[in-house]
Design a protein around this ligand. Structure first.
Ligand SMILES: C[S@@+](CC[C@H](N)C(=O)[O-])C[C@H]1O[C@@H](n2cnc3c(N)ncnc32)[C@H](O)[C@@H]1O
Length: 245
């Protein structure tokens, strides 16, 4: 699918446009603000706990790890990881979302910064002299990036961290698309989106082909492991673990 290129505006105005709310007031609003919902309801506690457990297991945190959380949103998940690492740097480009993170999900070892992740990583060494991240996370956000963004991001990570693990979770998998559009109505909805030229894909973003991701990391000499998610989390998204070879 062709790329939508104004995700910044989309996310900056998401809570207001979709839910008519100026700011987060309740626990539920935290989920609405970053679209962590199913059928317009916050994901269940079971799914939330499952995601946290999987992040812990995939990233195998050590107490001296520095973690960078790309597209951290309002810190809904970031905050849950603070006890097992030394430091977390969360990056997100939506001002109101970062403001919520600083207001509601702050902790002494978390710094939330406003920025576009590829741009931010380009100058990471100068911004954080002496800090070398060992772990990276991107939760449910690669759908808002292009292949060339991913190339740049992996390149910058590799130049900042000799040793790293980068868990890129919840990437819509092109090969599992029909698990998502799984009824005649949902298929029609999808075809209508295409016909209308809705490049946001109703906010879901781009479907990714796992082969393309593997090719990008192979070209950069980065190891990559792809695993499809399972229900109750999802049956149409995949997780990718990138690491130095
Ligand atoms: C679906 S939300 C996920 C938020 C968080 N990772 C979570 O799982 O709750 C997507 C987030 O990505 C952020 N985002 C999208 N593209 C970005 C970019 N290029 N740089 C920084 N943040 C970005 C949006 O502002 C939004 O907060």
């Amino acid at each position: 699918m062709e790329q939508f290129d104004n995700w910044h505006e989309f996310w900056n105005n998401f809570l207001q446009k979709r839910y008519g709310k100026e700011e987060v007031q309740t626990e539920e609003d935290l989920f609405f603000q970053v679209a962590r919902t199913v059928n317009r309801k916050p994901v269940s506690q079971e799914v939330f706990d499952n995601i946290i457990k999987q992040i812990y297991s995939d990233l195998d945190f050590k107490q001296d790890d520095i973690l960078v959380d790309f597209c951290c949103g309002n810190g809904l998940f970031t905050y849950e990881l603070k006890n097992n690492v030394k430091q977390i740097i969360g990056i997100d480009f939506a001002q109101n979302i970062i403001d919520t993170a600083n207001k509601i999900k702050s902790a002494p070892n978390i710094t939330y910064v406003l920025g576009s992740v590829t741009e931010y990583m380009k100058t990471f060494k100068e911004t954080w002299p002496g800090a070398i991240p060992t772990k990276y996370l991107m939760n449910d956000s690669l759908a808002y990036f292009s292949a060339s963004d991913l190339k740049d991001l992996l390149f910058y990570i590799k130049s900042v961290s000799k040793e790293f693990k980068f868990l890129c979770r919840g990437v819509p998998n092109e090969k599992l698309k029909w698990n998502y559009y799984d009824t005649p109505e949902r298929k029609e909805f999808y075809h209508n989106l295409l016909a209308k030229g809705d490049l946001t894909n109703d906010g879901l973003g781009s479907w990714w082909n796992p082969l393309e991701i593997e090719a990008i990391s192979e070209n950069l000499g980065i190891h990559c492991f792809v695993r499809n998610q399972e229900l109750p989390v999802s049956n149409y998204r995949m997780d990718i673990i990138f690491s130095n070879k």
